[in-house]
Design a binder for this molecule. Structure first.
Ligand code: AMP
Length: 416
């Protein structure tokens, strides 16, 4: 079923959203992007004459009630965003009466799902090494099903719009879907857009396809790099991870960040790219600093000949131009991870050059997907969010999807 086709009039919909918004010490929301992201789905259901039961997690309360992570703190903000009153159920597993009393157009927000260990389905208070662990896990899985069944009993249909947790097989993200038939469960608009974005990168590719992978470590990106190797024409590697490549090839990298146990992996990636005919683009020069700070002295040096006492902090001008040329010619673009320590204003130029080239390619008709926390932070810092095709809201979920893994939250609905 799709959200556009479903007739919500007179129905109760239980919707999993990601309202894990950041709060300050006074419990006020500091960034409401996630609430705004869910509005199209929530408003569609209300406008169609449905009643809404909204559920989410907040933070990591580890299966215990912790009022610092209570969703009651965001009830008024949700009401304001929706333009209707919001009722609150202080115990998400004991909300049957409140749900039953809901009339069309009314909204009930459930308390933090993760106040119950059943949400995540991991046994608590028992070590993995404990001989009783397997039994505890079995029991927890059984009570997770009961918990999911209780949540399901509140509503006629289930909508999952929480892409940020789609890579988790939790009670509210996946298990609950077993209690609805295929005509009564669907993805929300945000999830639909995210799934479509991933499909544009993995299935409906227009060539040339250029992926830009940056950030600090090659070890955390290896799954994606390997999956993309069969799909991309150009693979740009940038940021801190490239010094592992420079060292592996015999370069001098000074104090630059490096994973010494991944030197062979770097050489393997270079070989794989050659074997698969992928144009692997590594930086030729870099901006080096004499310490890790925004006040450091800097100089532009060859990326494989960094003087002792200096460290590579950003892509140099020759590298920026080379990256831009490859990006501007692309028809499909994926960017994950910055080209430098962009948190310091002195070292944003490399990431900015990438962002500008992506914007130019997008204006020329390319499809561009920006995903993973730090490149999203970069694009926002440069005020260029409206110049790319799509910015993913999912960190881990997006990365797992691009690695080619099936997301339990999507599979539970689409049955893939
Ligand atoms: P990741 O979490 O692996 O995507 O890495 C993102 C982080 O990589 C950001 O916080 C950047 O500051 C950092 N980073 C990028 N380039 C470098 C570099 N040359 N040296 C140290 N850290 C870097």
């Amino acid at each position: 079923m799709t959200i556009n086709d479903y007739k919500f009039a007179g129905k109760k919909a239980i919707v999993r959203v990601d309202f894990n918004v950041p709060l300050n010490e006074n419990g006020q929301i500091t960034d409401d992007t996630r609430i705004r992201g869910a509005l199209p789905t929530l408003k569609k259901i209300l406008n169609d004459g449905g009643a809404l039961i909204i559920m989410s997690h907040m933070g990591k309360p580890k299966g215990k009630v912790n009022m610092k992570m209570s969703l009651s703190q965001i009830k008024d903000a949700v009401a304001q965003a929706l333009g209707v009153d919001v009722k609150f159920a202080p115990d998400c597993a004991k909300a049957a009466d409140a749900a039953a009393a809901l009339k069309p157009g009314e909204v009930l927000l459930l308390e933090n799902l993760r106040f119950y260990p059943e949400e995540e389905g991991k046994p608590v208070g028992i070590d993995k090494e404990d001989p009783q662990y397997e039994e505890a896990k079995k029991q927890m899985k059984a009570s997770q099903k009961e918990f999911a069944k209780t949540l399901a009993s509140y509503a006629d249909c289930y909508v999952n719009d929480a892409f940020g947790t789609a890579h988790r097989k939790h009670a509210s993200t996946a298990v609950i879907a077993d209690y609805f038939d295929k005509d009564n469960k669907m993805l929300g608009y945000l999830m639909e857009k995210e799934v479509e974005a991933v499909d544009n990168i993995l299935k409906n590719i227009r060539h040339p396809f250029t992926a830009i992978m940056g950030g600090s470590k090659v070890s955390t990106k290896i799954g994606i790099i390997e999956n993309l190797m069969d799909k991309v024409d150009n693979l740009i590697l940038c940021g801190g991870m490239t010094y592992t490549f420079a060292k592996a090839q015999g370069g001098k990298i000074g104090n630059s960040i490096c994973e010494d146990d991944k030197l062979q992996l770097a050489l393997d990636i270079i070989e794989q790219a050659k074997a698969k005919g992928v144009n692997l683009v590594l930086g030729s020069d870099c901006v080096a600093a004499d310490n890790f700070s925004n006040d450091a002295n800097t100089q532009v040096v060859e990326a494989n000949n960094i003087p002792d006492g200096w460290e590579g902090m950003d892509a140099g001008p020759k590298t920026q131009a080379a990256f831009a040329e490859v990006i501007e010619g692309a028809k499909t673009i994926l960017w994950n991870g910055p080209a430098g320590v962009f948190e310091f204003d002195k070292f944003t130029a490399g990431s900015k050059a990438i962002a500008k080239a992506i914007a130019k390619a997008t204006a020329n008709g390319a499809y561009s997907l920006i995903g993973g926390g730090d490149s999203v932070a970069c694009i926002n810092k440069f005020g260029m969010a409206d110049q790319v095709s799509y910015i993913s809201t999912g960190g881990g979920a997006l990365l797992e999807a691009i690695e080619g893994k099936v997301l339990p939250g999507v599979a539970a609905i689409k049955g893939e």
